[in-house]
Write a protein that binds this ligand. Structure first.
Ligand code: HEM
Length: 389
């Protein structure tokens, strides 16, 4: 008889009423420090300290795969699917582009993009936030950060929709992945023959990078660009929607932010903590007893960031959303050398959007009867109907 819990919980594809996913994960964390999930076949760690420790022990918790249900992926996210010391070599090539100083230079443009996207919506009085803002804004910021014109925004929005299967009536379509790969391969070939300014154009920058004294292989460049594309569009859309969902349903918090926009940065940190959208997995390198959890070589382990950032052992009143919470050592962007490359850009996007939205549309409400459904995995709303007078 195994002395660990073996459960069957759908943590990846269930549809449930809006915030139900977190209620379920909170309950699991309080019942089980870890458990084996028969639904997908992987371990689940639930507590903040354990998850931080696992993130910081790459010799046991490897990045050979980060998808709990897929221990031997046929695809490759970069730099995600790499371990030390190789991983740091990739990050050295990428970090500067996404560092606070680089994001600060982009910030006025990001604010302008937010304003330009919201202004035409303000007079409508009723929108689906996800379609009207969540689709359009992150892709514009992404292309701007890549140093590209906005002409190809529709291509990315459509491809990412196909990939995540959120076009009604259409299942996830993995040919979209190939289309995104082809787009970046062609861009790379174009830059190799006609380079642009490597301080402005990210593909030109990558085309000149070296790894171990050799040019960075084309396959690496394309895998990095695919990872950036997939990592930066749906995440921002989902996180922003939860920010607006909270503020639509908590008028007192909304009023505080409208009256005191200086609160926006700490509110964003609290939304990242209280509405955490992603978990990450690791692959076990050797048999190991992790605080009683009998890990075997090649097992997959889900590090449920969504449970960790809501763990009352770390956060007083963890189930309360306190928009001026301090300190707030959440790990919504991860907690190791693999920490989200785009975290500074993401913060800037979230803050600019909330500031501009509430300057232009300070008062609004959910425009829906009953509860809104949300998807698991990347915990996300598929629609967020809002209305205002
Ligand atoms: C709210 C939005 C976002 C959230 C919640 C988020 C969350 C995360 C998390 C949890 C990780 C994994 C860390 C790990 O495996 O240990 C990660 C990695 C990553 N993210 Fe984000 N992310 C967001 C936005 C972005 C954006 C805008 C970009 C691109 C500009 C981006 C690019 C990446 C990349 C490239 C990695 C891999 C880093 C590595 O393995 O070294 N993310 N993100």
């Amino acid at each position: 008889m195994a002395d660990y819990a073996s459960l069957d919980v759908n943590l990846t594809s269930k549809v449930a009423p809006a915030t139900e996913h977190w209620r379920e994960i909170d309950a699991l964390r309080e019942q089980h420090r870890y458990f084996w999930n028969d639904n997908g076949g992987y371990w689940v760690l639930t507590q903040y300290d354990d998850i931080r420790e696992a993130f910081n022990t790459p010799e046991i918790f490897s990045n050979r795969s980060i998808v709990a249900t897929d221990p031997n992926p046929a695809y490759r996210f970069l730099p995600s699917f790499s371990d030390p010391p190789q991983h740091m070599k990739y990050r050295h090539l990428l970090n500067r582009w996404f560092a606070p100083a680089s994001v600060n230079r982009l910030a006025p443009r990001i604010e302008e993009l937010a304003r330009q996207t919201i202004e035409p919506l303000a007079g409508l009085g009723r929108i689906d936030f996800i379609r009207s803002y969540g689709d359009g804004f992150p892709v514009k910021v992404f292309l701007t950060a890549m140093g590209l014109p906005l002409d190809d925004a529709d291509f990315f929005v459509e491809a990412v929709h196909r990939m995540s299967g959120d076009t009604p009536g259409r299942p996830a379509d993995l040919t979209a992945w190939a289309d995104i790969g082809r787009y970046w391969s062609e861009k790379l070939a174009a830059r190799r023959s006609q380079p642009l300014d490597p301080e402005v154009d990210f593909v030109t920058h990558l085309s000149r990078c070296e790894l171990d004294g050799e040019p960075l292989p084309d396959a690496d460049v394309v895998d990095i660009l695919i990872t950036l594309t997939l990592g930066s569009l749906d995440t921002i859309k989902a996180q922003l929607a939860w920010c607006l969902y909270h503020l639509a349903t908590h008028p007192a918090d909304r009023r505080r932010l409208v009256d005191d926009p200086d609160l926006v940065p700490s509110a964003v940190e609290e939304f990242l903590r209280a509405y955490p959208i992603v978990g990450m997995a690791r692959k076990v390198t050797r048999d190991h007893d992790f605080h009683g959890c009998p890990l075997k070589s090649d097992d997959m382990v889900l590090l449920t960031i969504q449970a960790a950032t809501r763990d009352p052992r770390q956060f007083p009143d963890a189930d309360q959303v306190l928009i001026d919470r301090f300190p707030n050592r959440h790990i919504a962007f991860g907690a190791s050398e693999h920490r989200c490359l785009g975290s500074h850009l993401a913060r800037c996007e979230l803050q600019s959007s909330i500031r501009e939205w509430h300057r232009l549309i300070p008062d609004y409400r959910l425009d829906v009867e009953g509860t809104l459904p949300a998807h698991g995995g990347l915990i996300s709303l598929r629609t967020l109907p809002l209305a205002w007078d």
